[in-house]
Design a protein around this ligand. Structure first.
Ligand SMILES: Cc1cc2nc3c(=O)[nH]c(=O)nc-3n(C[C@H](O)[C@H](O)[C@H](O)COP(=O)(O)O)c2cc1C
Length: 84
């Protein structure tokens, strides 16, 4: 549910893939936070590992948006989501 133009909504917890980002933005988030993926990347590959994790999630986000036919996150809203 939109909470107003003057409030920034950050979604935290459980974001693992780019499609999670699309879903959270569709639910009304302005941005997502990464906790454990960031830490896992750091442990496995240091700074480069963190960059790799972020690039992977951004790439998945781009593919999900493209395959869903959306060119901008501004087009995302709850109506695009299907219950499973
Ligand atoms: C190693 C580690 C350190 C964290 N330190 C903090 C912290 O200092 N303060 C805080 O509010 N949350 C902290 N968190 C919680 C994360 O910000 C985040 O809320 C949580 O990990 C859930 O997101 P995730 O599912 O992406 O891991 C930490 C998480 C991890 C894994």
């Amino acid at each position: 549910m939109p909470v107003g133009d003057d409030i920034c909504v950050l979604f935290d917890s459980g974001v693992r893939h780019g499609d999670d980002v699309v879903k959270t933005l569709a639910l009304g988030a302005d941005a997502v936070l990464l906790g454990r993926p960031y830490a896992y990347g750091l442990v496995v590959g240091g700074e480069e590992g963190v960059q790799k994790v972020i690039r992977q999630i951004l790439g998945e986000y781009d593919v999900t948006m493209a395959l869903s036919g959306y060119t901008t996150p501004r087009l995302l809203n709850r109506s695009i989501l299907q219950p499973v």
